[in-house]
Write a protein that binds this ligand. Structure first.
Ligand SMILES: NC(=O)c1ccc[n+]([C@@H]2O[C@H](COP(=O)([O-])OP(=O)(O)OC[C@H]3O[C@@H](n4cnc5c(N)ncnc54)[C@H](OP(=O)(O)O)[C@@H]3O)[C@@H](O)[C@H]2O)c1
Length: 362
């Protein structure tokens, strides 16, 4: 097995909304082999085409593949080395722990392990250095890495380039979150058509604690989480995909507006690594008076493999001490499956999947 041979992979929860985005991204991935499709109770035995719900058709080479039920032991026995998790929180936690125990590298979307001190909560451009620390510690066979909830992923990416310049005292966020954030089949139509629902269970709490963890200073050092208050409101709106966030930063410093724009535009900390799903640049800064919009900006990001991975920022107003802007994130791509795939690519680039690779060769 050469360094270039793709690692055998699986998608846990392949029949769900995030699971299908994983399948789309992994079908022809250069580092990870076409995934085994692992189902929950409802979609087991069906083909991928039977359960497919995304706008674009399922990858042709996997469309007729049947989803199967597989335990962590079964996954390990069947040679899978990298598992991408798209299972509801609660069910996911113990399953992911068991996969790691059996030597798999797990990249999870679920909330269960995000705040565990020994599990990275990762957005590569914001705190990728935590994986360097993990490598320095020398990892055992298994690995578990999480990505934050979808709203947090967009928020931290928008804030990271300007964080040091602003020295925030408080961050206020109000989100307008898409229906697909609730997975399949999602919010009942009669509750949301012609409506906005100002409540998403646990979401505000997640954004507050996860953002503070990811944006802590010197994340590779094991430093404590930020104490900066995040004041968050989350609402569900009748949009299919793409979470819009209105952000207000109360700043402790007074940078020039041009310095903020330069910081966003020049931000590309992953430019030197081979990470196929990384967007370059990761931030798209728009000058129009009416952007970003979910319908027009959710697929921002290039190259093609990184569509939906860039965060779009617009309506920037700097009236010290308040910086105000809107940010838009594709909840299922940067905020979900794409974020996890990028985490796995970063882990591979740090050599954290070498153990898994050796086992494939043995
Ligand atoms: N939606 C988003 O924008 C978003 C963003 C970030 C993170 N997340 C997180 O991603 C995870 C998946 O969310 P989702 O929106 O994709 O939900 P979803 O559409 O409801 O899909 C969940 C899938 O998990 C499967 N499943 C349940 N138990 C299983 C088991 N024991 N083994 C294997 N598969 C199992 C279900 O399979 P069956 O249908 O076959 O029963 C279902 O297809 C959740 O943890 C969620 O919090 C979601």
């Amino acid at each position: 097995v050469t360094r270039e041979s793709p690692l055998p992979s699986a998608v846990l929860g392949a029949g769900g909304y995030i699971g299908q985005h994983f399948v789309r991204l992994l079908a022809d991935h250069p580092l990870f082999g076409p995934p085994r499709l692992v189902a929950g109770p409802k979609s087991a035995g069906k083909t991928l085409a039977d359960v497919w719900q995304l706008e674009e058709p399922p990858p042709a080479e996997l469309a007729e593949t049947r989803l199967v039920r597989l335990s962590p032991a079964g996954l390990a026995r069947s040679g899978v080395r990298v598992a991408f998790g798209a299972i509801p929180s609660g069910t996911a936690g113990p399953l992911e722990t068991e996969c790691r125990r059996r030597g798999l590298a797990v990249f999870s979307n679920a909330a269960d392990h995000r705040m565990d001190r020994d599990v990275p909560l990762l957005v590569p451009e914001a705190n990728g250095v935590v994986l360097e620390r993990l490598r320095a510690r020398g990892s055992d066979r298994g690995l578990l890495v999480t990505n934050p909830n979808c709203t947090t992923a967009g928020l931290v990416l928008a804030l990271k380039p300007v964080w040091e310049l602003l020295g925030p005292k408080t961050v206020h966020v109000a989100s307008y979150q898409a229906l697909s954030g609730a997975g399949f089949p999602g919010v009942p139509s009669l509750s949301i058509a012609d409506n906005v629902v100002p409540f998403i269970r646990e979401e505000e709490e997640k954004v507050e604690r996860e953002a503070r963890r990811i944006l802590r200073p010197d994340p590779g050092s094991g430093a404590a989480d930020l104490v900066t208050p995040f004041v968050v409101h989350c609402a569900r709106v009748s949009v299919r995909e793409g979470h819009l966030e209105a952000v207000t930063v109360e700043a402790g410093a007074r940078p020039r507006q041009q310095a903020l724009a330069d910081a966003w535009r020049s931000f590309d900390p992953l430019a030197d690594r081979y990470l196929p799903t990384a967007p370059h640049p990761p931030i798209s800064l728009r000058a129009e008076e009416d952007r970003p919009q979910p319908l027009r900006d959710r697929w921002a990001g290039s190259p093609t493999r990184a569509r939906g991975m860039a965060v779009t920022i617009g309506r920037v107003r700097w009236t010290p001490p308040y910086l105000r802007f809107f940010a838009l994130v594709h909840n299922a791509v940067r905020g979900g499956a794409g974020g996890s795939v990028l985490n796995a690519e970063l882990a591979e680039s740090y050599g954290l999947l070498d153990g898994a690779r050796r086992e494939v060769g043995s």
